[in-house]
Ligand binder design. Structure first.
Ligand SMILES: C[S@@+](CC[C@H](N)C(=O)[O-])C[C@H]1O[C@@H](n2cnc3c(N)ncnc32)[C@H](O)[C@@H]1O
Length: 281
C-alpha cells in the first residue's frame, strides 16, 4: 500500500511561523518524505527549495507531489549533504507513513513483511542482519540504548535462542512470549520499543542526527533558522544539547513547541512531536 498524497505534515503552522519563508529565500528540507512541509513552503512565491531524503521511494513520491515546482533534489543521508547557503533548514525526523504503512519495508510489527527497516534500500545492513548476527550482549545494549526496552535481557536471550528470523510477525510474537505474562497483552505491544530500537540502529539515526546538527549551522546565512521536529526523547535530547552547545546558534524555543490537542486528535502521528528552533547569529 502506498500512502495517499494527502499525508498531513506535523506542526504545519508552527514550522512556517518559525521559518518565515519570503520570496527569493532558499530553504532546505532535509527530510522531504512525502513532501508535506515542502509543499507548504512552496506556497510562498519565488522560493528556492532543496529537498533531501535518503529513501529513493520517498523522493520519487515527493517529486510526483511537487511536480511543477522548481526543486533541487538530493538523495542521501542529510549528514553527508555537501552544504549550501540557506535562509532556513527543516528536519522532520524519523520514519514516514510510507515506511510504516508499506509492509514490504518491514518497519511495522503489525503487518507481515521481511525484517528490513532500511530507509535507504541501497545500504547493506538490514534488521535481519542485526537480529540474526549480533551477539546477545550487543542486542541487550542496542535494545536498552535505542529503545529503553523493558526486559531487554529476556528478549535478547529469546531472540538468540530462536533465530534466524526473516519476518516481522514471527519476531514480534517471539518478543511477546519473552516478556512476563502481565506485559504481553497491554495497551502497548511489547515489540513497539524493540522495533524502534532496531530501526534506529539499522539506519544509524542518532549518529546521523548528531553529525547533521554539527554541520547544518554552517549552511545557514546570518539570521537563518534551523528547525528540528523529533519524535522521542533520545532524539529530542540530542537536539536540545546540540543547540545549547553551539555558539553559532541563538535558541528560539526555550521549551519545545508541541502540537495542540486538536492536531493530536486529527493526526495521531503528531502526538509525540517536539519542535525546537534556533537562529544563526
Ligand atoms: C517524518 S518523514 C518526513 C515527512 C515530511 N516532512 C512530510 O511532510 O511529508 C522523515 C523522512 O526523513 C527521511 N530521513 C530520515 N533520516 C534521514 C537522514 N539521516 N537523511 C535523509 N533523510 C532521512 C526518511 O526517509 C523519511 O522519508
Amino acid at each position: 500500500m502506498i500512502p495517499d498524497e494527502g499525508h498531513i505534515p506535523v506542526l504545519p503552522q508552527e514550522v512556517i511561523a518559525v521559518l518565515q519563508p519570503e520570496s527569493g529565500g532558499h530553504f532546505l528540507d532535509a527530510t522531504v518524505g512525502l513532501g508535506g512541509h515542502s509543499e507548504l513552503l512552496l506556497q510562498t512565491p519565488h522560493i528556492q527549495l532543496t529537498a533531501i531524503d535518503r529513501d529513493a521511494q520517498a523522493l520519487a513520491l515527493a517529486q510526483q507531489r511537487l511536480q511543477g515546482y522548481a526543486v533541487t533534489w538530493w538523495q542521501g543521508n542529510y549528514a553527508d549533504f555537501p552544504g549550501g547557503e540557506f535562509d532556513g533548514i527543516l528536519a522532520d525526523l524519523g520514519v514516514s507513513s510510507l515506511h510504516l504503512d508499506t509492509p514490504a519495508r518491514g518497519f511495522s510489527f503489525r503487518h507481515a513483511g521481511p525484517l528490513d527497516m532500511r530507509m535507504d534500500q541501497g545500504q547493506g545492513t538490514t534488521a535481519a542482519t542485526l537480529v540474526n548476527q549480533a551477539g546477545e550482549l550487543d542486542l541487550v545494549a542496542l535494545l536498552s540504548r535505542y529503545g529503553e526496552v523493558p526486559f531487554a535481557r529476556r528478549i535478547a536471550r529469546r531472540i538468540v535462542q530462536n533465530r534466524p528470523f526473516t519476518d516481522t510477525l514471527t519476531l514480534a510474537e517471539t518478543i511477546r512470549q519473552a516478556v512476563p505474562p502481565a506485559a504481553r497483552y497491554g495497551r502497548i505491544h511489547p515489540a513497539t520499543q524493540v522495533f524502534q530500537a532496531l530501526r534506529i540502529a539499522v539506519n544509524e539515526e542518532l549518529t546521523s542526527l548528531e553529525r547533521f546538527l554539527a554541520r547544518a549551522p554552517a549552511w545557514l546565512k546570518p539570521g537563518g533558522r534551523l528547525v528540528v521536529i523529533s519524535f522521542h526523547s533520545l532524539e529530542d535530547r540530542i537536539v536540545k544539547w546540540a543547540f545549547r552547545r553551539d555558539e553559532r546558534l541563538e535558541i528560539l524555543t526555550p521549551k519545545p513547541i508541541t502540537p495542540t490537542a486538536e492536531e493530536r486528535q486529527q493526526n495521531p502521528r503528531s502526538r509525540s512531536a517536539k519542535l525546537r528552533a534556533a537562529r544563526r547569529w
